[in-house]
Design a protein around this ligand. Structure first.
Ligand code: CAA
Length: 258
């Protein structure tokens, strides 16, 4: 596939997807979402890649679904083409970790896309919001559900009902983002973090991601039970032995990612 709306790069074991529809503040149109789905497929299938970064360019991470493309859509069209579902949710099924490196605006579908990633690193100029209601619609890519889980009902309700944006400091305070980084260092810091993750044994990274995600889908006792089974399974991997032996021998481990 020839990408028109994003750039796909590899830096060692890190795959970087940069949205480059900057003249439209990276508004998420069908083309972009098809390309993003394809790019994630490519990086997921690449055994040399251990962690993904999704970031924006220009003034935005992404300013939401493309309002111009949606303006005259009918319900039969939206239903028939499986609008949003067909090509928006690939990231949520990625077994490798995905970091959202949010520069500038992450609004509507852009905020929802960032929340589909595993965690959000925010530039100090980042702004988050679900302003759909101000353009006559409502969040449709998981915003009402994921925002409420991230920041709690009161704040999520206020954000979704008023369309108010929050800045990076507020987003960090309420747990939407893991850390704030100066804007000019965002990508480098995201890459450093991704390299660290990708340097850990790939099976352990994937198992850990699966276990943390289960916390959102089940009770505590079932979640702990699930974690216990995964934690016992690590002894099936060569990297478990290598990690322990390297520690005992006081040397750096040489993981084979299996
Ligand atoms: N869709 C399509 N085009 C968009 C867009 C969007 N979501 N957001 C920005 N753009 C385009 C603008 O139309 C403009 O293009 P032109 O130069 O061709 O006119 C260009 O990007 C730059 O934007 P502005 O001139 O508006 O920039 P600004 O600095 O004055 O304002 C902004 C920035 C406040 C973010 C404003 O662009 C805005 O309100 N954008 C819409 C945000 C929004 O409502 N997002 C939710 C969309 S609905 C959704 O996402 C549904 C869902 O849950 C899946």
């Amino acid at each position: 596939m020839i990408y028109e709306t994003l750039r796909l790069e590899r830096r060692g074991r890190v795959g970087i997807v940069t949205l480059v529809r900057a003249d439209a503040l990276n508004a998420l149109n069908e083309r972009l979402m098809d390309e993003l789905t394809h790019a994630v497929d490519v990086l997921e299938a690449d055994a040399e890649i251990g962690c993904l970064i999704l970031t924006g360019s220009g003034r935005a991470f992404a300013a939401g679904a493309d309002i111009k493309e949606m303006a005259f859509k009918t319900y039969p069209q939206a239903y028939g083409e499986d609008f949003i579902t067909r090509n928006w949710e690939r990231i949520t099924r990625t077994r490798k970790p995905v970091i959202a490196a949010v520069n500038g605006l992450a609004l509507g579908g852009g905020c929802e896309l960032a929340m589909m990633c595993d965690f959000i690193l925010a530039a100090d100029n980042a702004r988050f919001g679900q302003p759909e209601i101000t353009v006559g619609v409502m969040p449709g890519a998981g915003g009402t559900q994921r925002l409420a889980r991230f920041i709690g009902k009161s704040k999520a309700m206020e954000m979704c009902l008023s369309g108010r944006m929050m800045d990076a400091a507020e987003a960090e305070r309420c747990g939407l983002v893991s850390r704030i980084v100066p804007a000019d260092q965002l990508l480098e810091e995201a890459i450093r973090t991704a390299e660290k993750i990708a340097g850990h044994p790939q099976p352990m990274v994937m198992l850990t991601k699966e276990a943390v995600n289960r916390a959102y889908e089940t009770t505590l006792s079932e979640g702990v039970r699930f974690e216990r089974r995964l934690a016992q399974s690590v002894f099936a991997f060569a990297d478990q032995r290598e990690g322990a032996v390297a520690f005992i021998e006081k040397r750096a481990p040489e993981y084979k990612h299996r």
